[in-house]
Write a protein that binds this ligand. Sequence first.
Ligand code: FES
Length: 184
Amino acid sequence: MTTEPQVPSLTQIQNQPRAHVPGTTIFSPELAARFDHLVTLYPVRRSALIPMLLYAQDELGYITDASIQEIAYRISITPLEVRNVLSYYSLLRTRPVGKYHVQVCTNISCMLRGANELFAHCKQRLGIDHKQTTPDGIFSLEEVECIGVCSWAPAVQVNYDFHDNLTAESMDAVLDQYRKQAGK
Ligand code: FES
């Protein structure tokens, strides 16, 4: 006789013991010190959540399970509460991306200036689709909402760098530049 797997209730999930071991850190000593300071800057510790997630992502490349556990512990909330915030913000990632994460805006201003064609060009040039990573790990590609550079559409963000007024040719030059920086 087979038994159905037990699905934990929300309360059970929320009450799961935290896996983070107090006094340890999965982050670099510099980032751990930065977090120690960050939580003192706000009247409420949980206000440090989003900056902590962004700094963790910058250091690790994405938000890992272990970083969720440690951040939850540091600001005295549950890992589930951290995940709820994570799932809301598309700029926060729970999966690895390429060394250069190419985000092509296809919102209205960019779309009117050729963003769909630019995104198709990037897919063809990189040989990957939306939310995929090249086999060498250099590039990942994502179609995104407005990145705030509408006056210079079409625009692309690569990590924290913005590239605007792009054409297929200038996009190729941008990608070549990053490939060169990666030494490939
Ligand atoms: S619509 Fe593309 S940057 Fe705003």
